[in-house]
Design a protein around this ligand. Structure first.
Ligand code: MAN
Length: 561
């Protein structure tokens, strides 16, 4: 193969080779047929003012300045765009600045695909089967060369490969459609998630406001109260609180009764004094029946009184009972008030045995329950060690946990929204690949690509892994590369390029980065990786996601999805 530059023309001309009829001069391509139809004259294609005799066409003499009169010889090769540059004969400047009218010698290649060959290779004694499988380029048999027609075999192989390429393309396109479908589903799920999260955030926002209001209300009402504890703890604590208050009540009553007793005793003493005085000082000679009866009744009353006071309850005993309870007298209430876990504490403690997400949920629910239970007198509202009532603590915790739950959900919502807005390429197709990784080896390393995440260089000798960059964006770049027989190449055209940047720092240099060039392929595969310059890597990767969508005949994509 001596001329790869001309290869591009192969196939560029459609199967129109049959258009060139037998009667046409040799080497005329299908699009120039009309210029060679006259049997008598020929007009130079690019310079219509020059008309030649028909016999001057292909007479091996370059008569038209644009070379159009020699489509089947090499006579005008010096102005041929396909041929290497040669100075025009007789040109003082040595210029080649002459526009050729014909692109080259047209090989009909019946049974294969017609193509143009550079004029300089016509009749040069070499069979150019690569472009001229019919051997028509060597009709003068220069140097005795005989070029057989190989178009049957070459055409057959070409069609086989073409068919293979077509099928690959179709399969790749199908896979791409599947990826698009998957991506659409993933996107839909994110959208559903966002909608749910929005509802949850809204509910939690309302709950947060409700809990805040409740807390404010509880705190306000508690602030106005003189917090008086009747004992801490659970049922026993409540009982101790009640007993203490009952004992205080009875002690106060006893105190009052004692005062009343003393007052009454004073009055009795005064009355007894009066009557004693009456008995001693009245005049029995006055026949006053009323006085006599009163003195008699008094004498009977005095005779009935015991000489010693009745009962064995000494005032000293009563005074002992009336003393304030303390560590040294009466009941030591403090002993009953401390050291016992309350019902509320028990409710708190068992939460510790739950898994964290369940614990948070249960904690929040329990707090609400506790507030309700305390408000309804089911649980004791005992002060915490800080002096704050349990009700305020519970309301505060309910408020805090509602605030926390709201901000966690809001974070999740924002994360999902960012995810939805991310650029996943045309049709969102790369969304389905996110998080998946592929790798390929090159030299002493394995190179791994994790889609939309990072690229990694992994030493085969166990020297550890090196981050070659983290995904930042999708770009497009024009590439122009030879087609590969195995199809594992970028070819020519606009290609998607994934940029991975800010990888591990390069010794004495910038951070590593990778450009991932994508070509169409049936399966995801790292074709090759090269270090284009120090710590700047270029990966060429095949993926159905990078294919153009070739719609299956008669199957609209919409229906498929
Ligand atoms: C390692 C590899 C190479 C890189 C050098 C730079 O050997 O990551 O790809 O060129 O470090 O020092």
């Amino acid at each position: 193969m001596r001329r790869t530059g001309a290869l591009a023309l192969l196939g560029a001309i459609a199967h129109g080779s049959l258009a060139a009829s037998e009667s046409l001069p040799r080497g005329v391509g299908p699009e120039f047929v009309k210029f060679f139809e006259s049997k008598t004259t020929f007009t130079c294609i690019g310079i219509p003012s020059i008309t030649l005799k028909a016999s001057q066409v292909n007479d091996n003499s370059c008569d038209c300045p644009d070379g159009s009169d020699e489509p089947g010889t090499a006579a005008c090769a010096n102005i041929d765009p396909l041929s290497p540059e040669q100075p025009l004969p007789g040109s003082v400047t040595g210029t080649t600045n002459t526009t050729a009218a014909l692109p080259g010698f047209w090989c009909v290649n019946a049974g294969h695909v017609g193509s143009y060959l550079a004029f300089m290779y016509v009749n040069d004694g070499v069979c150019d089967y690569e472009l001229c499988c019919d051997g028509s380029d060597e009709n003068t048999h220069a140097g005795g060369v005989q070029c057989e027609n190989r178009c049957d075999a070459i055409g057959k192989e070409y069609r086989r490969l073409e068919e293979q390429r077509r099928q690959n393309k179709e399969r790749s396109a199908k896979k791409r459609r599947t990826l698009v479908k998957e991506s659409r589903e993933l996107r839909r799920r994110v959208e559903v998630k966002i909608a749910n999260l929005k509802t949850e955030v809204r509910d939690l926002d309302a709950k947060k406001a409700e809990m805040q209001a409740k807390f404010d209300e509880v705190e306000r009402s508690e602030r106005g109260k003189v917090v008086k504890s009747e004992g801490q703890g659970g049922k026993l604590g409540v009982l101790v609180g009640l007993a203490k208050s009952r004992v205080n009540e009875l002690r106060n009553t006893l105190d009052k009764v004692m005062d009343q007793r003393d007052d009454l005793q004073d009055k009795v003493d005064q009355l007894e004094d009066i009557l004693t005085k009456l008995k001693e000082e009245y005049n029995p000679n006055f026949n006053d029946e009323g006085v006599k009866a009163a003195v008699k009744a008094w004498e009977d009353y005095a005779a009935g009184q015991p000489s010693e006071p009745k009962g064995d309850l000494a005032d000293s005993d009563i005074m002992e009972v009336l003393k304030e309870d303390s560590e040294t007298s009466g009941i030591n209430w403090a002993e009953f008030e401390t050291g016992e876990a309350s019902d509320v504490d028990v409710v708190y403690n068992w939460e510790a045995y739950l898994p964290v997400p369940v614990r948070d949920y249960v904690h929040q629910k329990l707090n609400l329950l506790r507030v309700w239970a305390i408000e309804n007198g089911i649980l004791a509202d005992n002060p915490t060690s800080g002096g704050e009532s349990r009700l305020v603590t519970a309301a505060r915790e309910a408020r805090d946990s509602a605030t926390n739950a709201h901000s966690v959900k809001l974070g999740q919502l924002e994360e999902e929204q960012r995810e939805l807005e991310k650029d996943y390429g045309p049709d969102d197709v790369f969304r389905a690949l996110k998080g998946k990784c592929i790798s390929g080896e090159a030299g002493e390393y394995d190179y791994e690509l994790c889609w939309f995440d990072k690229t990694t260089q992994k030493s085969k000798k166990g020297h550890g892994n090196t981050n070659m960059g983290n995904f930042v964006r999708i770009d497009k770049e024009f590439v122009d590369e030879e087609e590969r027989l195995d199809g594992k190449g970028l070819g020519k055209g606009q290609r998607l390029v994934l940029r991975y940047e800010n990888g591990q720092g390069c010794w004495n240099g910038p951070n590593r980065r990778t450009d991932v060039y994508l070509g169409c392929a049936e399966t995801d595969e790292v074709w090759r990786t090269v270090e284009a310059e120090k710590c700047v890597y270029r990966m060429e990767v095949g993926s159905p996601a990078a294919c153009e969508d070739v719609q299956e005949p008669g199957v609209p994509i919409k229906d498929e999805l």
